[in-house]
Design a protein around this ligand. Sequence first.
Ligand code: NAD
Length: 292
Amino acid sequence: MQLLNGKETAKAILDSLEIDVAQRAASGKKVPHLAAILVGNNGASETYVASKVKTCSEIGFISTLIQFEEDVTEIKLLEKIEALNEDMDVDGILVQLPLPAHISEKKVIESIDPAKDVDGFHPINIGKMTLGEKDAFISATPYGIMLLLEHYKIETKGKHAVVIGRSHIVGRPMSILLSNNSNPGNCTVTLCHSKTTNLKEICLQADIIVAAIGIPEFVKADMVKEGAVVIDVGITRIKDASKKSGHRLVGDVDFTNVAPKTSYITPVPGGVGPMTIAALMKNTFKACDNRN
Ligand code: NAD
């Protein structure tokens, strides 16, 4: 079993981006500028946005954090996005999800200029990704997983990949990317979800499992074939009095019992999470490069 070290891989990607940004700056070009919108006081969202903003500054990007109270109106939020769409200096816009129930995530996502949609959630980018078009912005988590598979040169061609979870931001794009005629890709993909009846049998046929469910330790050892590659997307905070923070992060895979059966597995934390941020930064760089 080998760990797929997302922390190290993400660092290598970020180091290389830092050099690219410095080269842009040295040749008088603008540096990438990411605008992040955070609504309300969701602890996990605050943490995610803070680490994105911090990463921007570490690699020489400009970032702007725009915070709204929980009760901000949908119109006010849409007006801000429109202003960011028009702002020539802003290359990438992300709106941290989830949004409060009174705001339509669909309307918000569709209001972002697809050329600045560095989260890759806009239907235009999802369509381009599905068609395998190179100029698509790919949703950061599945893109990060593809970069991780690429980094470790994991053979995916002809393999059976089972993706568990069909969310628009993780499971579904992951299933499309793995099935595309690309490398990594060219898998035969089965997409499982909450209504799948024979999940264990399907998982046992998988050469690659991507777990994006949001239920801690859902994937057990008896669901995994010897030698499978297991990618754990799940991050659930569970209370743990023994930790200074009072909590710990748990993935969707029963790591202790599953890991010995695998050829490769991602840890939680330190697997998919850092890759998501690295992929977002790659998208933001690309948005800047496309526009300037
Ligand atoms: P989601 O709640 O939108 O989707 C969960 C999916 O799991 C659904 O499609 C559902 O059909 C499926 N599911 C639920 N119960 C199931 C069951 N019993 N059997 C089979 N499928 C079942 O979640 P999401 O946004 O895709 O996130 C999934 C997990 O990944 C969460 O823990 C989230 O925190 C984490 N996440 C991590 C990152 C990262 O950067 N590492 C990014 C995004 C999400």
